[in-house]
Ligand binder design. Sequence first.
Ligand code: CU
Length: 134
Amino acid sequence: MRSLFQDLTLIIVSAGLIVLAGLGCAAEGQPPALPPPTPTPSAVTVMIRDFQFRPDSLTIKKGTTVTWTNMDSVQHTVTRPTEGGIQVAGPDSPILNKGGTYTYTYDTVGIFDYHCRIHPFLKGSVVVIAEKIP
Ligand SMILES: [Cu+2]
């Protein structure tokens, strides 16, 4: 014995299928344009140990945050270069003691060198790309 409720349910489900079928036809042969993939920002860690940035060169996606951690007993910095007395883009940390960390987010595509202000021979660089790393 079918109830009125069952009949109504059947009608509602049928109507839903018809609507879905209609949508299917509309989309046929004309796939909807997908939005361009957005690079997912991520986080990368660089250790400063034995007077070296490890790794000393990185390739990252735009929007990636890099965190430097000083593992040495001596103080270090993560400092962008200066050109004609003006600092160009890049990280600019305070002095980091042992265990100190500094975080910088690269929002611009390009090549960004950096160094330690206290030990200018201590150098690193970051390549920032727009596309996803394969
Ligand atoms: Cu240093």
